[in-house]
Design a protein around this ligand. Sequence first.
Ligand code: NAD
Ligand code: IPM
Ligand code: MN
Length: 357
Amino acid sequence: MKLNIVLLPGDGIGPEITKQAVAVLETVAQKFGHELHCTEHLIGGCAIDATGHPLPQDTVDACKAADAVFLGAVGGPKWDNLEVRPEVGLLGIRKALGLFANLRPAKLFPELAGACFLRPDIVQDGIDVMVVRELTGGIYFGEPQGQEVRDGLRTGYNTMVYNEDEVRRIARLAFETAMKRDKRLCSVDKANVLEVSRLWRTVVEEVATEYPEVELSHLYVDNAAMQLVRDPNQFDVIVTGNLFGDILSDEAAVITGSIGMLPSASLSSGGVGLYEPIHGSAPDIAGQDKANPLASILSMAMMLRYSFNLEDEAQVIEDAVQRVLRAGHRTGDIAAAGDSPLGGSKMGQLVVDELSN
Ligand code: NAD
Ligand code: IPM
Ligand code: MN
């Protein structure tokens, strides 16, 4: 198969982890006889430096013409005070590609139980939660948004808004996801306070009638955040809006060992998919070969699975990651006290070596 991939390494640790993930992809492509064609484009702070804008038009055009897109991370202190920040590029490409569904699988590899902050008895059966985050609506995109002087006071505002179509399509995707798993779906909102959440809940209930086999529950987001650390295995699939999903998935990441472990797939209806680790550009460790590349490597596996339907190839990557962990190899973020951690490039090389064996 021919795989036309656009790479958007971005800023901070983005280029480091992208390099490791691409090495893994190249190894798998060669092993299975796929023809890989990767082109690199600018997004985020590096795009601002080179072109004055975080999402140049040729990046959008290249992504639209690709089979799939892989992104490292964007942002960093250098660009934090600009009016148009690097993050605008990421939001822009999600919108331009219609990537309304963000799948964030929080899975604790049993080998990493020691890196999990939860009590051993809570995680003895592992953790396997799929967070389905709405990605192109909600408070991230709602209008009006801005800053102005009101009654002599500087005032900032955003709008949390969803229409029924936006809720219905993410709810359907979440129910479909639950059908392929343990058939339990928890919708997370703030319906005790927010009108937008009341509509969300109504529409999710309507969609539920199409999926009688799925057990649907609802939680308020504050309780959900608490339940996720109290007893993560009560969840199978979580569906929620853009902002709540952003926050809950970072929480879900740390209970699986580290934010450096959690991959993601951003999907549209039938168009090109974008794959990225859920973490950011980690300016505190950038350029030091400390970043864990496994979230990125696992994002490549998701790309093979969701964009190309190459399940065996995806599985081979996930198995190789597991074997590397089983052999005791750890980057700093997942290392136990006293371990001498590996660099990110060494970790990537170990996965490549596993695949080559
Ligand atoms: P972050 O995820 O970049 O970092 C949070 C903490 O996790 C840091 O201590 C970092 O060192 C650590 N960390 C993150 N990834 C790691 C990895 N692979 N291995 C080991 N440790 C890792 O979040 P932040 O510090 O809040 O944000 C930094 C910048 O990244 C900001 O500009 C933010 O807007 C941006 N950001 C971008 C994305 C994205 O591109 N998808 C996501 C989140 C944040
Ligand atoms: C993420 C990030 C982004 C988000 C930012 C950088 C725009 O935190 O991908 O989780 O909030 O969606
Ligand atoms: Mn985030």
